[in-house]
Structures are given as C-alpha cells and as structure tokens.
Write a protein that binds this ligand. Structure first.
Ligand SMILES: [Zn+2]
Length: 385
C-alpha cells in the first residue's frame, strides 16, 4: 500500500508551529515554554480523530501524545519530536516561517518542528488512507528536550510502546548511535587566611591548578583510546572555573565544572572513578590537598542493534521512499533516544535535511520533510501490522 502525503498540510502545519514561540525557559529566561504550542498540537491531533492526552510535570511544560488506535495485537510505535527550541538571540525574523527555494526558515524549523510536522503528516496520511493497523501509532510532541528532557521522561511513564523513532534531523540518514554526556563538579578545599599569612592559608586555587594539570593529561589520554566507529572518541573540557573571594584572601574554595562526553560502552562509574583517581593521587602526594567531586547530570550514550525490527523496518521503508539505502550513522550530540532505549523501547533516530540548529539562520528542506513523513507512514504500515 502506497500512502499519499498531504504536502500542503505539512507546510502549513510547520509554518504554524514555527510562528508559535516555544523557547525553552530553562535555556532563555524569557522563553514562554511549551503550553501554547502543545495546545496547537493537541487541537491538530484531535482534528485527525486521535486520542489525545497532555502531560505537564511542571506548570507550562506541556507535552502532547496523540494515539491512533490499532485493532489490537500488533506492535506499537511512537513517533517522537520535541516542541521546545533554544533562544533566538540576534536572529532576524525568528518566527516568520518564510519559504524560499523549498526551504522554510525560522527558529525550530530544523530542530525540530519540521520533524514534528512530518510525524503529524504521516499520521494524517494513515488516517486519510483508512489504513488498518493492529498496533497503535503514537505522536509524542515533547517538552524540554533542549534542557532536562522533562517531556520524554514524563511520557515514558505513561505509555508502553514496542518501538520508537526519534525524528531529530539527521539529513535522512539513520542514526543508530550517539554520545552521552555527564556534568561533574570538582571542588578543591583550602583554608581562608589573610594574604600575608602564608603559614595559615591553604590556597584552593593553586590546588585546582594541580588538578587541572592532571585533568589535561586525562583529556589527552581519552583521545588515545579505541574510538567508537560511529561516534568518534570520548572527550572532556574544563567548562566553568570559579575560585577565591578577594585579592588579599587565600581562596578557601575553587569549583570546576567539567563536561565529559561519553561514547557507547562507557559507564557513569568509569567516568567518576577516573576523576577520583586524580584526586586520590594528588591527596597522596600532599596531605593539604583536599578535593571532592559530585555528579550534576548524567545522560547516557545510545546505541541500537541494527538487526532489531524498528531499524530493519525503517531501513526498508526509507530505501523504498528515497530510492536508495540510507546510511547508518552516529551522532556526536545527545537525543531523547537514550531515555526511550533505557526504558526498554527499541529506538532509532531519523529526520529531515536542513541547517542552522541553535544558530542565527535556521531552515528545513520541505521536500525532505515530506519524504520523512512518507517514510514514517510506511514504517507504521509494516511495523504495526
Ligand atoms: Zn533537537
């Protein structure tokens, strides 16, 4: 069964989505959050006769899930797209949704309202065609991916699905692996004293210097380790450094926030142990060296076995629609895929072509979004039988 895609619906829906400001307030304090865009999506999914529910773990941080009910007994599939965007800074006309040369411009067009419009258009195509599926197809339009992933984390609690496609833009490649990341804080602890009291003061900043020299060696060591074939090597950087209170005072504390990018196979414990080994080594060499670490956030890396049905069906459908086999790729960034995979859902990522995520000029290619809609509809037809 070949499914017809309503490209006008896709373009108009995408334009509406881009015109609604859904900047994540966790990233830009003036951001309004997801309530307005969620109301729009809920209404649109209602019009397609889906069962619609909203989820709001925090006020104004709304996710919407529309379910196209199957007749029962088949595999269920979630099409996932986040509705929040990063800020607009000095973007020109961020909410214009102008179309030029087949590209639709505006904040979120590429990351990832084009993908959401493709998910909605895919479901509309199934509804219009009167497709009879055994399993449910869910459109999950989720909040807060750009910050803490409140949306997908909440949605997972309410829906059990067999498979999921996170439609983050991938240039129509199929993403089967990506990096994770951790944020850690290391504090060196000194003793405050008057600047003249060298015999009393313990300089936390100087001790952080020792730690940083060792951390630099660890960073270089990460590069020599075996790379993951799809995501590249792990890395870390000393992101934020704050120490001391005044020029004539020995610094009692110095805090360093580290970002560590992890690759599939690396664990949280391994990352923490590597940092602790440096602290322990420096403390053994000098009893006045005191430091402690804490973990601020953990986002696991992601990897899916390409032999799993959701990847196989996606490959098959994409090859039919695109006329060539899509590449299996890895991504260096992090996506909600990892949360779904951790919940036991077989998950893969694929989305349209475009450019300018998080930058000054952002656009999505409309033809690629239409192809994506076609791919998603074909996947549902096969996967949810
Ligand atoms: Zn995104």
């Amino acid at each position: 069964m070949k499914i017809a895609i309503d490209r006008d619906y896709l373009r108009d829906t995408l334009a509406d989505l881009v015109r609604i400001n859904s900047i994540n307030p966790g990233i830009a304090p003036t951001g309004p959050g997801e309530a307005e865009i969620a109301a729009y999506v809920a209404d649109a999914l209602h019009k397609l006769k889906l069962e619609v529910a909203t989820h709001e773990p925090e006020p104004g941080r709304t996710s919407v899930v529309g379910t196209l009910k199957g007749s029962g007994g088949g595999r269920s599939l979630m099409l996932n797209a986040h509705v929040d965007t990063v800020g607009v800074d000095d973007m020109l006309d961020p909410f214009s949704a102008t179309v030029r040369d087949g590209k639709l411009y505006g904040r979120g067009a590429y990351d990832m309202k084009g993908s959401l419009a493709a998910c909605m258009t895919a479901v509309k195509a199934l509804v219009d065609a009167g497709a009879s599926l055994a399993g449910d197809v869910l459109v999950a339009a989720v909040a807060d991916e750009e910050d803490f992933s409140l949306g997908t984390a909440e949605v997972i609690k309410h829906y059990q699905v067999d498979g999921a496609i996170v439609t983050e833009p991938t240039e129509l490649d199929i993403c089967i692996a990506h990096k994770g990341f951790m944020h850690l804080e290391v504090e060196t602890i000194g003793r405050a004293a008057h600047g003249s009291s060298f015999d009393e003061g313990i300089d936390a900043n100087m001790r952080m210097g020792r730690f940083l020299a060792e951390l630099d060696k660890l960073e270089q060591d990460l590069r020599t380790r075996k790379e993951h074939p799809l995501t590249g090597p792990p890395s870390l950087h000393a992101a934020v450094l704050k120490g001391g209170t005044g020029k004539s005072t020995y610094a009692a504390s110095c805090k360093l926030q580290i970002e560590r990018r992890t690759i599939p196979g690396e664990t949280e414990k391994q990352v923490v142990d590597e940092i602790q080994a440096i602290i322990d080594r420096l403390a053994a060499a000098d009893p006045t060296f005191k430091a402690a670490q804490k973990t601020l956030i953990v986002r696991h890396p992601f990897e899916v076995d390409p032999k799993l049905p959701v990847v196989q069906v996606l490959q098959q459908a994409a090859t039919e629609v695109l006329g060539k086999q899509p590449r299996l790729v890895g991504d260096s960034g992090w996506m909600d895929t990892a949360l779904l995979a951790a919940a036991g859902v077989e998950t893969v990522a694929m989305g349209p072509v475009g450019a300018g995520a998080h930058s000054k000029e952002e656009w999505v290619d409309l033809l690629s979004a239409a192809k994506m809609a076609q791919v998603l509809a074909q996947v549902a037809l096969i996967y949810c039988q």
